[in-house]
Every structure is written in C-alpha cells, then in structure tokens.
Design a protein around this ligand. Structure first.
Ligand SMILES: *Cc1c(COP(=O)(O)O)cnc(C)c1O
Length: 338
C-alpha cells in the first residue's frame, strides 16, 4: 500500500469534480468573460463577507499580490518567523514589493497584539514604514495550529488603530474554521485581504482566490497581469474550486480525526520523542533517529512523509487518505522500533 502523507497538495480531482470541470462554461478571463471564474470569485467573497475576489494560479501569487497591494517600496511588514510568505515564497516580498520583513517569534506561529505592537516602527526616516501585518491560519510550520477569531480581533483592532493593513494567508482557513467553529463570513470584518487555497485540503488541482475590497481587487488585476497570472479559459479550473467549496469543506473534519489517530499512535511509539498537538490535518513529530533515516524506514512500508527538520517529520492528512490507510499507518507506527 502507498500512503502519501507528504502534503495535502497531492490530491487528484475526484470523478465528480472532473465532471464539473468538463461542464464548465468558459470565456477569456482577461476580458472578464469567463463566467465560471466570475462565479468562483463572487462565491468565495460572499463566503468570507468580502466585497470581491480574484482567481490566481497559486497561493504564492495571491499572497504576493496582497503584499504588493497593501505596501509601498521601503515599507516593512510584520509576520511570524515561520510564515509561508517569508520562508516559502522565494524571497518574493523583497523582489516583488521592495519591502522588508520584521519577523516575530509566535507560539507555534500564532502572534498576539502584545507581540506586534512594540515592533511597529515609529515615524522616523531611519526606520522603514510599517504598513502590513500578515497572519497565517492554520499555521503550516506550527503543525496546523489555529487562531480563533477572538485571538484575531485584538490584532485587527491594533492594525486599525495604527493604520496598518491586515492580510490573512488562509491556505488552510477552512481547516481552521472546522477546528474553531468560527464563521467564515465574520472574517471579512477583520481582514483587508484574505488568500484562500483551493488546492490544499479542498482538493482542487489548481488555484487560490484573493479576497479584498473592490478597489484593491481592481489593482490586484493589474499586478496579476504583470506577474503573468492573467489566464484565459481557466473556468475549467475555477469549476473545480466551486465544486470543492460545495463538497469538500464539511469533510475536512474527517482529515482532522485521522490526524488525531496518527498523533495518538505516534505518542506511544518508542522511536518518537515528541508529537505536537494535532488540532487540524497536520501532525508534526520529533524522532530519536535523524528524520532522513526515519522517513526512509517509513518509505520502506509505502508511507511517504516529509522531513521538515533534522529530527522532525510531517504527516499531512487529506481527501485521498482513507480510513483503511490511516489504520495501516497506525499499525506501521506501532510496529517500528528504535
Ligand atoms: C501552500 C501554502 C501557500 C500557497 O502555496 P502555493 O503552493 O503557491 O499554492 C501559502 N501559504 C501556506 C501556509 C501554504 O501552506
């Protein structure tokens, strides 16, 4: 049996999703004429209580466009040191926006208003102008850790008070909502920008949507074009996103239950020294032996997993992992010895 736990990006479209893609009505989106893309953008904006949306090829692009929209060159943004926008987007903050990054040490990637406030630069020519805070929910490097809306509210209030924009990297926002029970529609009140990935836990093959007010999205269309992200009959892809929003949100709690089962098995394993709490669909754990050796042992049993640090491995649960596979992996975890 092959069980691919490397990422929730490895999922393949289901037959029903493919059928929805085949049937999509499309047009040239650069002319604004792809009705399926228009529908996806409007639908996603409505889900989060935002005015407008723009469909992009990747979450990296939606984040980078948001940063460009909310900053000027020479500005500084504030993010946790584990942030995807900083670590895994190729240095795009400096390259695309000419902006520096102030990195904070949150708890599993989670920041508070108290941590952020002293890092906002005073008005002084020596200092870059702080103009943006970026939060991630769930936090990838935090092992799928979540903000509740109650935790976000004081940060949003601080940003408003200090004139900063607030952007959410919501690559796994629906996982966070499944865990916290917060309502998606309330998010629009607190963020200036929200990036929603369709190709992670939701299981679409491609795409992310950036949400913001109408003016920001109008400018975002210019930036997307400059980055080469103006697509044509991409409604076939947007149709997969619409299908995912309609059919793959509720089921995320299954992935979370699967993560719990694996975290529990890992917690009892002699070859594991520490398991981070698995609130959502990611399980991070530390191993006695180097992660590279352990991941090879797992691969020998058909289990694919990514070492994320010298002694740390990541399992990510998703749509294509079925209960029998979870049982199988739990069995292998119990059988391995140090
Ligand atoms: C995957 C991911 C993104 C977007 O990545 P793409 O591969 O460019 O779609 C952004 N933020 C986080 C936290 C992610 O995990």
């Amino acid at each position: 049996m092959i069980v691919d736990l490397r990422s929730d990006t490895v999922t393949k479209p289901t037959p029903a999703m493919l059928e929805a893609m085949f049937k999509a009505k499309v047009g040239d989106d650069v002319f604004g004429e792809d009705e399926t893309i228009n529908q996806l953008e409007e639908k996603t904006a409505a889900v989060f209580g935002m005015e407008a949306g723009i469909f992009c090829p990747s979450g990296t692009m939606t984040n980078q466009i948001a940063i460009k929209c909310f900053t000027q060159p020479l500005d500084e943004l504030i993010a946790d040191q584990t942030a995807h926008v900083y670590r895994y987007e190729g240095g795009g903050i400096a390259f695309n926006s000419g902006v520096s990054t102030r990195l904070l040490n949150g708890y599993r990637g989670i920041l508070t208003a108290e941590m952020i406030e002293p890092e906002i630069n005073a008005e002084n020519v020596h200092y870059p102008h702080t103009s943006l805070v970026v939060l991630e929910n769930t936090v990838n490097k935090g092992g799928g850790s979540c903000y509740t809306l109650e935790q976000i509210k004081p940060i949003a209030a601080l940003c408003k008070d200090k004139g900063l924009k607030l952007h959410l990297d919501g690559a796994r926002i629906f996982n966070a909502l499944a865990y916290t029970g917060d309502k998606a529609v309330d998010y629009g009140k607190y963020f200036d920008g929200i990036s929603v990935c369709l190709s992670k836990g939701l299981g679409a093959p491609v795409g992310s949507v950036l949400l913001a007010d109408k003016n920001t999205i109008k400018y975002a269309r210019r930036i997307r074009k400059v980055l080469g992200g103006g697509m044509r009959q991409a409604g076939f892809l947007a149709a997969a996103g619409i299908y995912a929003l309609d059919h793959h949100v509720e089921r995320l709690k299954i992935d979370h239950a699967h993560a719990q089962i694996l975290a529990e098995a890992l917690g009892k394993a002699s070859w594991v020294t520490n398991v981070l709490p698995a609130e959502t669909n990611i399980v991070l754990f530390d191993t006695v032996e180097p992660a590279a050796i352990v991941s090879e042992k797992l691969a020998g049993h058909g289990i694919k997993a990514l070492p994320t640090d010298k002694n740390r491995i990541r399992f990510v649960l998703h749509l294509d992992i079925h209960p029998e596979q979870v049982e199988y992996v739990a069995g292998v975890i119990r059988s391995l010895a140090y």
